[in-house]
Each structure stands twice: as structure tokens, then as C-alpha cells.
Design a protein around this ligand. Sequence first.
Ligand code: PCD
Length: 795
Amino acid sequence: EDGGPQPEKHCGHGRGGMGEEVKRKEDQRFITGRGNYVDDIKKPGMLHCEIVRSPHAHARIEDIDKSRALSVDGVVAVLTAEDLLEHDLATMPTLMDDTQDVLVNDKVKFQSQEVAAVIATDRYTAKDGAEKVVVDYDVLDPVIGAENALEDDAPVIRDDIEGKEDNHCLDWETGDEEATAEAFEEADVTVKEDMLYQRLHPAPIETCGAVGDYDPGKDKLTVHMTSQAPHIHRTLFAQVSGIPEHKIRIVSPDVGGGFGNKVPIYPGYVVAAAASYVLEEPVKWVEERSENIQSTGFARDYDMTGELAATEDGEIQAVRTDVLADHGAFNAVAQPSKFPAGFFNIFTGSYDIDTAYGTLTAAYTNTAPGGVAYRCSFRVTEAVYLIERMVKVLADELDMDPAEIRRKNFIQPEQFPYESATGWNYDSGDYEKALDKALEMADYEDYREEQQRRIEEDADKLLGIGVSSFTEVVGAGPGKSCDIAGVEMFDSAEIRVHPTGNATVRVGVQTQGQGHETTFAQIVAEELGMDVDDITVEHGDTDTDPYGLGTYGSRSTPVAGAAAAVASRKVREKAKAIAANELEAAEEDIDWDRESGEFHVAGAPDRSITITEIAAGAYMNHPSSEEPGLEAINYYDPPEMTYPFGSYIVIVEVDRETGEVEFEKFVAVDDCGNRINPMIIEGQIHGGLAQGIGTAMLEHVTFDDNGNVTGGDFMNYLLPTSMEIPEFETGHTVTPSPHHPIGAKGVGESPTVGSPPAIVNAVVDAMSHGGISHVEMPMTPDTVWEKLDEAGLAM
Ligand code: PCD
């Protein structure tokens, strides 16, 4: 009866089910200061770890002298690669099958790399000790920038890889080269643009940290850590350390933001765990802000060329792209292993384009490793930026309205399920509907007139209108095509209904602020006719939760959300048998009523029973045909990913004198299928748009020629504050996913994916009458002013 997606707000029954704006359960503890983060964990006898980091980007270690550090009162141990080697822990595999040093073994490969660890009785002493570790470096020429890395005479960074004679990391391609080349040869119009998606840092409020806690009595290692994916981290810990997996417990307590930064395994986690194992005391390691920015997984750093081929009247026939990617010192991209360029394949976007071809080359450089999916389903952000920027370039070339040219090329609702030119299967979409809604909300036509008027009047401030009609792909698996370190990407939920009628739900995904304790309870409340307050959601503890692949790539709703719905329906099936027993009717005659949440005898709505009464029955009067108890578990392997989408319209004022950009209007229309909690979605959109603004206007991890990180702290790596964030006007359409049990798609990443091209398109749009076709991010006032100057528009 519940095979297909449910319409939105089909309930509104007031029990906190689907579509209701339930207040976030977790906020009670967060706003009263009762959150429990890794750094809140205190254990008797706990030691503290400080990591000694390299000041050089490329250097051979000649010698490490621990003696002065060890003489500091309170310093318990100083660990180097040599010590870890004894336990076979000197290196660890990355999620992309590369090998990364836990502590530098021989050669430093990026500034801030982990060289030694000082363990002491308190954090200050550990820091004092770290300052006294004397490292003798033989400094080598650093290799900064992917292009430089691929020069013939560039120093080889990865001489630890046998036979490696250059800095080439990997090549990748997709699509049909020949057919695409042909389309370009025959096209009326072609356009081409180079664009850099700059290196970014996903900046969670909480930095990374861990408390390693080995219990020699139980021979069990517990690691409390800032993890977006506790189960897979446990598996990797077991594989690397040789400690059996059932003797390892990973606990990811409250996490203060993840944004993809807490998907990889970092040396600090391993060091804290190893030190605890060796010293048989708990060991805490918590990063400082600059350590987080300088050494943990960065995002993007894709230097892209985009090309479109089209007819004179704006029909796009082919898209081609070539990317030069900087992967840093190790290939530590955090994404499904069969996708070396992530889901970049989706660069055909929301458009029905016949042919496409993409290539990519990645290089090693003397910079921190990364390429994590920062609020992005594995390089979707880069793909969306490419296509949405290129459509604007084409619109300007043809002197067409950027909204009109999109409308002309959209995949049509009846074409779904749609297979793209690069072989991706879009589940559902109605792009024109979302665009029309956004255009109306933005007063698009009026602003176009205003824009023209300002040009004619030679006004001091130009107006720019940017459009982006993006498509995302979120919710990896299916397990057959997507895996992390070999483990298939399914997810899970377990429901236990207790004798007194309330329930505990455990899920394989982990929240970092998204509100899962509320939304997963809502799914179960909806499907079982329970009250949302009667359901507690647990996650982040590998000892008790069912195995799951973690939260990133907006996969919790598409995968674990589906598992929660399916597990609920399993419970409901059993509940029917119990209801039949209680109501003295045949099981086939029992109906469940979504509206009331009750079970009743068909045709006799008065003979009904609630889930609470059924729960009692399951434990106190169970039918002989059934086992006692009322529980179910589901491991959900999605048949396909989900494809959320949206249309964003950004209107900016560009000051011709200063190059400053002000937001005049910011409209975001999102479609994530059926919505669980509209208020939480609204919060997700606001946060993601803020991060999109940071990307477009402010953020960039920069390096100097020596490989010093020059954007490695919050004085130099600029995050947007409330001062830079305008009022957002949000709207939505609902196009359910046809294959998801509750018709939902993910939404958390959409705003960060969709907004940067809308913002850049707006700034370009303000200057396109002066011949400007592109402005690089971050669009700081000086960057914009130079473009104004180039166009003869500066004042
Ligand atoms: N939802 C609803 N409905 C629908 C969908 C969704 O309601 N339809 C909701 C849910 O439930 C949740 C949210 O919303 O709560 C989201 O979801 P999703 O989309 O599914 O997602 P998830 O998985 O959960 O999560 C993840 C994401 C990501 S990915 C990111 S970045 C970010 C976002 O999430 N992060 C974060 N958001 C957020 N928030 C917060 N607060 N914090 C954080 O950290 Mo990556 O890949 O990791 O990079």
C-alpha cells in the first residue's frame, strides 16, 4: 500500500510526521550549553597530545631530537614515525588507496604536515614540549600549483611511490570524444571559457579531534572522534591497526559541523588512538583553527575549461570540458572509490544535451591533501559551476536572455527517468516550474528594465542579474557502483518499540547539525502513527548502531531516510498481526489509517487500536504466530541516486568606483521532493547559501612560492559573517523521487552547489555590456574593479 511516494503534507495529523515544522529536539541541549563534543570528553588520567608540524612544504628530515622535549616536566612521550613503525602504524591508507604518512617518515610533503607528537599531562605542557622538539630539515624546492607540478623539470614529490618519476596523479575521462568533436565542428556557434574553482576550506565551527581510550582490562579500543562516518572509520582502524573490529568502538558524539571536512581519517586520530594503546591511558588530541585549515581536507581546486556548441537560436548541442586538478601531496579525495573525479560527470546539468566529453588530469603538489566533498556530492559543485557559467557565456554570445536560453534547453518533465550523455540516470525533475517560480519571486522583468535604465543613465552603480538552474545528484549508493574502501554504500535504520509504546531508532548515519534527531523521528512517526515526542533517535556509536556509511553527499535522507521508512513499514506489518490478535479479527482484515495513525478492522473504524496498545500486546499478549517484541531493522541499498534541483536568482549592484558588490535580492527556489521538515530545510538553505556567498566573494586557500599557506587562518581565510549575508527569499516546488519510499531527495548541499554560479553570473551580467564574460572567484572588490576597468566601466 505504500510502494510509491506520498504526496506532501498528506498527513498534517499533528503528531509531527512528514511535512510538519517540528522544532528541533536536539536544540534543547545545544541552546542550554549541554552539547557533548569531543573536547568536552574528560577521562580520569587523560593525557593530551600536541602535534609538531613542519614549517616547510618540501624537506627531508635529517634528524629529530626529542631530548629537550622529554625533559619538560609533564611530558610523557614524544612519538615519531620510528615509534609508530614498531606497531606498523607509520602510514595509513587514504580513502583513494594512496598511502599517507601518519607522522613523516622521511620527507615532508606539505607545510603543516605531522612530524612528531608530544603526549603530556595537560595541553599546555604538550604545547611547551612540542616547541622543544628539534627537527633538522634539509629543505627542498617546493612544487606549488598543478601546472608547475607537471613541468618536465619539476622536483618529484612522491618518490616514496616505486618508480615514480613525475608528479602526475591520475587521468580521467567521460563521454564521447569523437561525437563531441564533430558537434563542435558543425555548430553555428561555439563558446569557450577558462575558470578556476579555487581551493576552499570547509570550515566547521568545531575543528577535528579525538580521544583515544584503550582499556587493557577489556582489551578494547574506544575512539571518540569528530567523524561523519563512524562505521567505515572503525573498519579502516581495524584494517590498519590489526585490532579486531569488534574490539574497536568509534563514538562520534555531538559534531559541530562537518561539511565534508570530517569524512577523511587524519593522522591526529591515529596518533591519539595509537598513543592510548601504547601508554594505556586515554589521550586527547584537538586541533587549533589554523591546523584545521592548513592540514585537513581542502575542497575544489579544479582549474576548468568549458566549451559549448549551439545553434544560432540557442539550442545547446554539445559540451566539452578539460580539468587540471590539484590533489595536494597525497590522493586523499574522499569519494566513492570508482569515481576518481567524483560525480563531475553531471556537467551536462539540467539540460538535454546530446553529446558531452570531459577529461581531467590531476597532479601532486606540495600542499595539504584533500578534494573533499565540501557541501557537495563529490565534485558536483564544480560541475554545476562549469555548466551554469557556460550557459551564461553562451547567452551573452547570442545576445539571449539567460532565463530564456535555459528554458529552451531544459530536460522536460516527461523525459524522466532521463539518461544523460555521460550515462547518469536522473530520477525526476521539473526545471521550468522552479525557474518560473524564481523569476516571479525575483520580479525579473522589472529588474531587467531597471538594469537597462542604469546603463542608459550612466549610473554609478550597475545592476546585474544572475540565474542558475542547477541539478544535483545525491544519495550514494547504489552499492554496486558506489563503495568506500570496498564497503558498499547502503545505509540502515533499526526501530525498537518498547512495551510502553515509545521507540528508539538507531541509524547508520551521523548528524553534524542537520537535525537528524528530529527528522528521522518524523519519518518513523509518520509511518507508525506515533507521536514524534515518543521517538528517540540515536547515532554515532558503532557499538550500538547498525552499520552505515555515514553522512556526506546529502545521503542521509535518500539512503538512511529510506531505511527508516522501510523499517517502520516492517514494524507496521508485524503490528497488524498483533492488532488482529487484540481485536480478534483476521490479519487480512486489519487496515492502517495514516490520518489517525490507528489500526482498525476493515469496514469497522470503531474497532481500532493505537500503536501504543499494540506495543503492549507485543510484549504482554503476543499472538502464538509471532515472536514477542516489536522491532525491525533495514539495510537499504538505493536503486538509484536522487536528483534534487532548483533555480536561484541573484540581483547585485556593482559599484563602478570601488568594485564592491551588494546583494539587492537573493531568491532561492529548491526542489528536494517530499519534504520532511520545512523549517529544517529552510535552515539548511540559509546555511548553504551563506557558504555559497563565501565561495563566490571571499574564500580562497592561497600559498606563496615557498609553499607557505598564506590563507591559513581566519584573518586571511575570510568567512562570510552576518554582515555579508543578505535576506534570502526562499521558495520550493515538490517533485517526488519516484524510487524513494517517501519520495524525498537530499537538500543539504543544494544551496552551496547552486549559488556560486548564480552570484558570478550576476556580477558578470552587470558588466557584460562592456564585453566581460567571466570574473574569477573570490570576487573581491579589487578583482571586480579590474574587470570594470577592462570593460571601460570603472569610475
Ligand atoms: N531534509 C528534509 N526533507 C528532505 C530532505 C532533507 O527535511 N526532503 C532534512 C533532513 O532530514 C536533514 C537535512 O534536511 O535534517 C539535510 O538532509 P540531507 O540533504 O539528506 O543531508 P544529510 O545527509 O542529512 O546531511 C549532509 C549534508 C552535507 S553533505 C553537508 S556538507 C552539510 C549539510 O548536510 N553539512 C552540514 N548541512 C549541514 N548542516 C549543518 N548544520 N551542519 C553541517 O555540517 Mo558534505 O558531503 O559532508 O561536504
